[in-house]
Design a protein around this ligand. Structure first.
Ligand SMILES: [Mn+2]
Length: 271
């Protein structure tokens, strides 16, 4: 690659909710992003492949292959890649601890930043049931909270067995526009609580397609967003600081700069 833009190298890269296999997946933007961003470690924070969408209707254009190939190539070149499955790619949850093509599968992880701060890394769907029934659970107390999470895990497994799709937080929250902000706030609070229970300084999750970095009662809550609408990723710099990157804006510049060096006949770029 002789493009004018050099790839940047980071300590860690966090990406989630790509939804490969759904027509909404912005594989063009993600490929472009992966071209210009290298990291020692990449965390795939769930819903990378939309297994439920694929089950209903097989849709796997070249862009999806390109993303998978790009990630596998990075793994071959020495990037450590950890895949934390979400609810849409929960078929991978049956294989914790396994490796495929150099990619490790884990249910959740504790990541230590360069400055020593520890972050819990998980997708976040296990808290859906708590968010939906927040008021009732607050009334019933801690045991009900733990029971609700356990029941959610069992219910998801049963639904999977029966071939029923997983309940989608983002689709549901969007339907309830008026209350969506409250639900997002509730999700963030519940996930931050989980980080506190794990004695870590922060948490990095996905699931609700709402990229943000903020302090929630002393816990650094970080959401990676998605590659369906926002096209966001979180990067860890070598000093341990975190940054959010929104790729939509930069991509246009990158393409214009890259055009003259595109091989041979020029200007035959697909939009
Ligand atoms: Mn999800």
């Amino acid at each position: 690659m002789t493009g004018a833009i050099e790839a940047k190298h980071f300590r860690t890269l966090f990406i989630s909710d790509v939804h490969l296999g759904s027509k909404a997946a912005r594989t063009d933007f993600l490929l472009d992003f992966l071209r210009y961003h290298e990291a020692d470690t990449i965390f795939l924070v769930g819903d990378i492949i939309d297994g439920w969408r694929l089950k209903r209707n097989w849709y796997w254009p070249q862009g999806c292959n390109d993303v998978v190939q790009k990630l596998l190539r990075k793994a071959r070149k020495g990037t450590r890649i950890v895949y934390i499955p979400g609810n849409h790619d929960e078929f991978l949850r049956s294989f914790p601890g396994t490796h495929f093509g150099g990619i490790e599968v884990a249910e959740r992880a504790i990541h230590e930043m360069a400055d020593g701060k520890k972050y819990l890394v998980l997708h976040g769907d296990e808290f859906d049931v708590v968010v939906r029934n927040a008021r009732l659970l607050a009334y019933l107390g801690d045991w009900a909270y733990d029971a609700a999470i356990a029941i959610n895990v069992v219910l998801a497994a049963v639904r999977r067995r029966l071939g029923m799709p997983y309940w989608s937080f983002s689709a549901w929250a969007k339907l309830q526009v008026k209350h969506a902000v409250n639900f997002i706030g509730e999700f963030q609070r519940v996930v931050a609580d989980e980080a506190r229970r794990n004695n870590v300084e922060g948490v990095i999750c996905g699931h609700i397609h709402h990229a943000v970095m903020e302090d929630i009662d002393g816990i650094h809550y970080v959401n990676t967003g998605d590659w369906v609408e926002s096209c966001t990723a979180i990067v860890e710099n070598f000093d341990g600081t975190l940054e959010m990157i929104t790729w939509g804006q930069i991509s246009a510049t990158a393409e214009i700069t890259a055009l003259p060096t595109a091989s041979g006949l020029g200007s035959m770029q697909a939009a």
